[in-house]
Design a protein around this ligand. Structure first.
Ligand code: FES
Ligand code: FES
Length: 153
């Protein structure tokens, strides 16, 4: 049986009928068509589903959507403002921090939380800030460089 919830997603209000056991990830991807948050492990181990809920980074695969009635959600699609890329997006591109791209949106959302809390992180703080997000391609060096570049913008 479905229940109605309200979510604000990337600044837009939505009324959604969701299954009791639907995760936030499933609702964002399958009901709202947002492809930024990815389904990787689906069990809280990889971080590629990371979104912000009321400004806090969470693994959306581990959240029941019903528990977030009234919440404000930001996905990687919400980072750009008026068509202008967020400094993290520009920096990931310029630093070559994207290979297959599967981790990228979650990684940027983790990095955004870090920069929100610590605008000028050093390398260790960056590595700590993204430690909940796995990347199988880049070896992390370019991701760390991208976050550093974004912090300087
Ligand atoms: S898909 Fe959510 S942590 Fe891996
Ligand atoms: S770029 Fe492929 S998993 Fe990170």
């Amino acid at each position: 049986m479905k229940q109605m919830i309200s979510l604000e997603v990337n600044g837009e209000a939505h009324e959604l009928a969701v299954e009791k056991n639907a995760t936030l990830l499933r609702v964002l991807r399958d009901q709202l068509g947002l492809n930024g948050p990815k389904r990787g492990c689906d069990s809280g181990g990889c971080g590629c589903c990371t979104v912000h809920v009321d400004g806090q980074a969470v693994y959306s695969c581990m959240c029941y959507a019903l528990s977030y009635d009234g919440a404000s959600i930001t996905t990687a699609e919400g980072l750009a403002v008026d068509g202008e890329l967020h400094p993290l997006q520009t920096s990931f591109i310029e630093a070559g921090a994207v290979q297959c791209g599967y981790c990228t949106c979650g990684m940027m959302m983790a990095a955004k939380q870090l920069l929100d809390e610590c605008p000028r992180p050093d390398e260790e703080q960056i590595r700590q800030g993204i430690s909940g997000n796995l990347c199988r391609c880049t070896g992390y060096a370019k991701i760390v460089e991208a976050v550093k570049m974004a912090s300087e913008r």
